[in-house]
Design a protein. Structure first.
Length: 244
Protein backbone atom coordinates (compact mmCIF):
# COMPACT_ATOMS: atom_id res chain seq x y z
CA UNK A 1 0.00 0.00 0.00
CA UNK A 2 1.33 3.46 -0.91
CA UNK A 3 2.01 5.54 2.18
CA UNK A 4 1.23 9.29 2.31
CA UNK A 5 4.90 10.23 2.02
CA UNK A 6 5.06 8.28 -1.26
CA UNK A 7 2.21 10.26 -2.80
CA UNK A 8 3.50 13.17 -4.88
CA UNK A 9 1.47 16.15 -6.08
CA UNK A 10 2.60 17.73 -9.35
CA UNK A 11 1.37 21.23 -10.19
CA UNK A 12 2.37 21.65 -13.82
CA UNK A 13 0.40 22.61 -16.94
CA UNK A 14 2.46 20.25 -19.14
CA UNK A 15 0.04 17.32 -19.33
CA UNK A 16 2.35 15.14 -21.42
CA UNK A 17 5.16 15.54 -18.89
CA UNK A 18 2.80 14.71 -16.02
CA UNK A 19 1.64 11.54 -17.80
CA UNK A 20 5.23 10.45 -18.33
CA UNK A 21 6.09 11.18 -14.70
CA UNK A 22 3.04 9.31 -13.47
CA UNK A 23 4.16 6.21 -15.35
CA UNK A 24 7.83 6.50 -14.38
CA UNK A 25 7.27 7.34 -10.72
CA UNK A 26 4.72 4.54 -10.49
CA UNK A 27 7.45 2.05 -11.39
CA UNK A 28 9.64 3.58 -8.67
CA UNK A 29 7.05 3.10 -5.89
CA UNK A 30 5.43 6.55 -5.96
CA UNK A 31 1.91 7.61 -6.82
CA UNK A 32 1.61 10.87 -8.71
CA UNK A 33 -1.41 13.12 -8.63
CA UNK A 34 -1.28 15.91 -11.20
CA UNK A 35 -3.05 19.27 -11.27
CA UNK A 36 -2.60 21.54 -14.28
CA UNK A 37 -3.87 24.80 -12.81
CA UNK A 38 -2.18 26.80 -10.07
CA UNK A 39 -5.32 27.70 -8.12
CA UNK A 40 -6.55 24.11 -8.16
CA UNK A 41 -3.06 23.03 -7.15
CA UNK A 42 -3.16 25.20 -4.03
CA UNK A 43 -6.50 23.75 -2.99
CA UNK A 44 -5.29 20.19 -3.56
CA UNK A 45 -2.06 20.84 -1.67
CA UNK A 46 -3.91 22.29 1.33
CA UNK A 47 -6.56 19.58 1.53
CA UNK A 48 -4.56 16.49 0.58
CA UNK A 49 -1.80 14.50 2.24
CA UNK A 50 1.41 14.47 0.20
CA UNK A 51 5.02 13.62 0.82
CA UNK A 52 6.36 16.11 -1.71
CA UNK A 53 4.89 18.76 -4.01
CA UNK A 54 6.46 19.26 -7.46
CA UNK A 55 5.77 22.82 -8.60
CA UNK A 56 6.55 24.36 -11.98
CA UNK A 57 7.63 27.99 -11.98
CA UNK A 58 6.14 28.75 -15.42
CA UNK A 59 2.45 28.30 -14.71
CA UNK A 60 -0.13 30.06 -16.91
CA UNK A 61 -2.60 32.55 -15.51
CA UNK A 62 -2.34 35.49 -13.16
CA UNK A 63 -0.32 33.60 -10.51
CA UNK A 64 2.98 31.97 -11.40
CA UNK A 65 4.77 29.23 -9.51
CA UNK A 66 6.26 31.67 -7.02
CA UNK A 67 2.81 32.98 -6.11
CA UNK A 68 1.58 29.43 -5.67
CA UNK A 69 4.62 28.56 -3.54
CA UNK A 70 3.93 31.53 -1.28
CA UNK A 71 0.28 30.49 -0.88
CA UNK A 72 1.27 26.92 -0.02
CA UNK A 73 4.17 27.79 2.27
CA UNK A 74 2.06 30.25 4.29
CA UNK A 75 -0.22 27.39 5.30
CA UNK A 76 1.67 24.08 5.28
CA UNK A 77 5.23 22.79 5.55
CA UNK A 78 5.03 20.01 2.93
CA UNK A 79 8.37 19.87 1.07
CA UNK A 80 8.29 21.61 -2.32
CA UNK A 81 10.55 20.76 -5.27
CA UNK A 82 10.43 23.50 -7.90
CA UNK A 83 10.91 22.94 -11.63
CA UNK A 84 12.74 25.84 -13.27
CA UNK A 85 13.85 26.70 -16.80
CA UNK A 86 17.41 25.58 -17.47
CA UNK A 87 19.82 28.47 -17.13
CA UNK A 88 17.42 30.61 -15.09
CA UNK A 89 19.51 30.72 -11.94
CA UNK A 90 17.54 33.67 -10.61
CA UNK A 91 14.38 31.51 -10.56
CA UNK A 92 16.15 28.87 -8.51
CA UNK A 93 17.45 31.39 -6.00
CA UNK A 94 14.10 33.15 -5.68
CA UNK A 95 12.33 29.82 -5.17
CA UNK A 96 14.73 28.78 -2.43
CA UNK A 97 14.49 32.18 -0.77
CA UNK A 98 10.70 31.84 -0.71
CA UNK A 99 10.84 28.48 1.02
CA UNK A 100 11.24 25.79 -1.64
CA UNK A 101 13.22 22.78 -0.42
CA UNK A 102 14.99 22.06 -3.68
CA UNK A 103 14.82 22.72 -7.42
CA UNK A 104 15.38 20.86 -10.67
CA UNK A 105 15.97 22.59 -14.01
CA UNK A 106 13.97 21.53 -17.08
CA UNK A 107 14.49 19.40 -19.06
CA UNK A 108 15.58 16.81 -16.53
CA UNK A 109 16.34 13.12 -16.32
CA UNK A 110 13.52 11.30 -14.49
CA UNK A 111 16.16 9.38 -12.53
CA UNK A 112 17.45 12.68 -11.16
CA UNK A 113 13.92 13.62 -10.11
CA UNK A 114 13.51 10.31 -8.29
CA UNK A 115 16.85 10.83 -6.55
CA UNK A 116 15.77 14.32 -5.40
CA UNK A 117 12.39 13.03 -4.18
CA UNK A 118 14.00 10.20 -2.23
CA UNK A 119 16.53 12.56 -0.67
CA UNK A 120 13.71 14.82 0.51
CA UNK A 121 11.73 11.88 1.88
CA UNK A 122 14.77 10.46 3.66
CA UNK A 123 15.13 13.77 5.45
CA UNK A 124 11.44 13.84 6.38
CA UNK A 125 11.51 10.21 7.50
CA UNK A 126 14.61 10.75 9.61
CA UNK A 127 12.87 13.64 11.33
CA UNK A 128 9.81 11.47 12.03
CA UNK A 129 11.97 8.66 13.41
CA UNK A 130 13.78 10.73 16.00
CA UNK A 131 14.27 9.14 19.42
CA UNK A 132 11.84 9.83 22.23
CA UNK A 133 12.65 12.61 24.72
CA UNK A 134 15.39 11.86 27.18
CA UNK A 135 18.33 11.19 24.87
CA UNK A 136 21.23 13.65 24.56
CA UNK A 137 20.30 14.56 20.97
CA UNK A 138 16.81 15.72 21.94
CA UNK A 139 17.85 19.26 22.75
CA UNK A 140 20.49 21.71 21.62
CA UNK A 141 21.11 25.13 23.11
CA UNK A 142 23.65 27.75 22.07
CA UNK A 143 23.22 31.15 23.63
CA UNK A 144 19.57 32.15 23.43
CA UNK A 145 18.72 29.67 20.65
CA UNK A 146 17.23 26.36 21.73
CA UNK A 147 16.15 23.39 19.60
CA UNK A 148 13.94 20.54 20.76
CA UNK A 149 14.20 17.88 18.07
CA UNK A 150 11.29 15.52 18.96
CA UNK A 151 8.80 18.37 18.67
CA UNK A 152 10.73 20.15 15.89
CA UNK A 153 10.66 23.33 17.96
CA UNK A 154 13.17 26.18 17.71
CA UNK A 155 13.09 29.03 20.19
CA UNK A 156 15.03 32.29 20.18
CA UNK A 157 14.91 34.09 23.53
CA UNK A 158 11.87 31.97 24.32
CA UNK A 159 10.01 32.90 21.14
CA UNK A 160 9.08 30.36 18.49
CA UNK A 161 10.98 30.49 15.18
CA UNK A 162 9.17 28.91 12.23
CA UNK A 163 11.53 26.93 9.99
CA UNK A 164 11.13 24.79 6.90
CA UNK A 165 12.27 21.16 6.96
CA UNK A 166 15.53 22.10 5.22
CA UNK A 167 16.21 25.00 7.58
CA UNK A 168 15.50 22.84 10.62
CA UNK A 169 17.90 20.13 9.43
CA UNK A 170 20.54 22.70 8.61
CA UNK A 171 20.28 24.35 12.01
CA UNK A 172 20.41 20.98 13.76
CA UNK A 173 23.70 20.08 12.07
CA UNK A 174 25.21 23.48 12.85
CA UNK A 175 24.05 23.49 16.50
CA UNK A 176 25.25 19.94 17.06
CA UNK A 177 28.70 21.02 15.88
CA UNK A 178 28.64 24.59 17.13
CA UNK A 179 32.07 26.18 17.17
CA UNK A 180 33.41 23.95 14.38
CA UNK A 181 33.37 24.51 10.63
CA UNK A 182 30.98 22.39 8.57
CA UNK A 183 31.85 22.40 4.87
CA UNK A 184 29.38 23.39 2.18
CA UNK A 185 29.84 19.98 0.56
CA UNK A 186 28.99 18.17 3.79
CA UNK A 187 25.93 20.34 4.37
CA UNK A 188 24.77 19.76 0.80
CA UNK A 189 25.17 15.99 1.11
CA UNK A 190 23.63 15.81 4.58
CA UNK A 191 20.73 18.20 4.09
CA UNK A 192 19.95 18.02 0.36
CA UNK A 193 21.08 14.46 -0.24
CA UNK A 194 23.41 15.18 -3.15
CA UNK A 195 27.00 16.19 -3.84
CA UNK A 196 27.90 19.84 -4.20
CA UNK A 197 28.39 20.86 -7.82
CA UNK A 198 30.02 24.01 -9.26
CA UNK A 199 27.75 27.08 -9.15
CA UNK A 200 25.22 25.32 -6.88
CA UNK A 201 24.18 27.97 -4.36
CA UNK A 202 21.26 26.08 -2.84
CA UNK A 203 22.80 25.54 0.58
CA UNK A 204 23.97 29.18 0.67
CA UNK A 205 20.43 30.42 0.06
CA UNK A 206 19.08 28.15 2.80
CA UNK A 207 21.73 29.46 5.20
CA UNK A 208 20.78 33.02 4.25
CA UNK A 209 17.11 32.36 5.02
CA UNK A 210 18.03 30.72 8.31
CA UNK A 211 20.17 33.72 9.30
CA UNK A 212 17.31 36.11 8.63
CA UNK A 213 14.89 34.09 10.71
CA UNK A 214 17.29 33.77 13.66
CA UNK A 215 18.45 37.37 13.49
CA UNK A 216 21.66 38.56 15.09
CA UNK A 217 22.69 37.74 18.63
CA UNK A 218 22.35 40.16 21.55
CA UNK A 219 25.71 41.73 20.63
CA UNK A 220 24.64 42.32 17.03
CA UNK A 221 26.89 39.60 15.60
CA UNK A 222 25.95 36.93 13.04
CA UNK A 223 25.10 33.60 14.63
CA UNK A 224 26.19 31.67 11.55
CA UNK A 225 29.49 32.77 10.06
CA UNK A 226 30.71 31.93 6.59
CA UNK A 227 34.35 30.86 6.48
CA UNK A 228 35.91 31.67 3.12
CA UNK A 229 36.84 28.56 1.17
CA UNK A 230 35.51 26.25 3.87
CA UNK A 231 31.87 26.45 4.88
CA UNK A 232 29.83 27.65 7.83
CA UNK A 233 30.12 27.65 11.59
CA UNK A 234 27.54 28.35 14.28
CA UNK A 235 29.37 30.76 16.56
CA UNK A 236 29.67 29.94 20.23
CA UNK A 237 29.11 32.96 22.50
CA UNK A 238 32.42 34.77 23.04
CA UNK A 239 34.27 32.77 20.39
CA UNK A 240 36.86 34.41 18.15
CA UNK A 241 36.80 33.07 14.60
CA UNK A 242 38.98 33.59 11.54
CA UNK A 243 37.76 36.17 9.05
CA UNK A 244 35.24 35.45 6.34
Amino acid sequence: MVQPREVVLAIDDDRDLCELLEEYLGREGFRLEAVHDGEAGVQRALTGSYGVIILDVMLPGKRNGFDILQAIRSRIGTPVLMLTARGEEVDRIVGLEMGADDYLPKPFNPRELVARLRAILRRVNSDAARPSPGTPSDRYRVGDVEMVTPTRTVLRSGRLVELTAVEFGLLEVLLARAGTIVTRDELTRTILGRSLTPYDRSIDVHVSRLRKKLGRDENGAERIRSIRGSGYVYVLPGAILPGK
